[in-house]
Design a protein around this ligand. Structure first.
Ligand SMILES: Nc1ncnc2c1ncn2[C@@H]1O[C@H](COP(=O)(O)OP(=O)(O)OP(=O)(O)O)[C@@H](O)[C@H]1O
Length: 129
């Protein structure tokens, strides 16, 4: 693949190849990282219910919170993989790098739990129309 900054690899822009790369990264995360899988499943259920009841604000809130947590999880997984690739042994610098990446996930999970928790609560306690 072409690297714009290093000038290496094949030239040309291939939207389909980009899309395949995105799907490949997502499928790795969903297959091998349970914390990504269960958040996606729960979010999709809440999204479907919000969509069915035309709760557009709720739908958007869940969509934003899920996208943020998913992005943080994916970046964290990529950073963890890179760290483990360059250093298999215990290393205090690797610990700091991984802890910072994990903190990004923690912050986004806090938002996701609040949003999903409030949405589930309102769905379970509100009477059907
Ligand atoms: N090579 C290392 N050197 C020092 N500390 C490390 C190293 N690898 C992991 N750690 C510490 O262990 C923590 C957990 O790292 P690990 O790679 O096991 O992620 P994880 O908790 O299994 O994450 P996930 O569940 O997303 O895979 C890190 O945040 C870091 O504090």
């Amino acid at each position: 693949m072409k690297n714009k900054f290093l000038g290496t690899g094949d030239a040309g822009y291939h939207p389909l190849r980009k899309f395949r790369t995105v799907l490949s990264g997502l499928s790795y995360a969903v297959k091998y990282d349970f914390s990504v899988t269960y958040k996606l499943v729960l979010s999709v259920i809440v999204l479907i219910v919000a969509f069915a009841f035309r709760g557009w604000v709720d739908f958007l809130m869940v969509l934003v919170a899920t996208t943020l947590v998913l992005m943080a999880e994916l970046f964290n997984s990529a950073i963890e993989a890179l760290c483990d690739f360059v250093e298999e042994r215990h290393n205090e610098k690797i610990k700091v790098i991984k802890d910072i990446a994990a903190a990004a996930v923690g912050v986004s999970i806090l938002l996701w739990v609040i949003v999903i928790g409030m949405e589930l609560w309102s769905m379970l306690t509100s009477s059907p129309p």
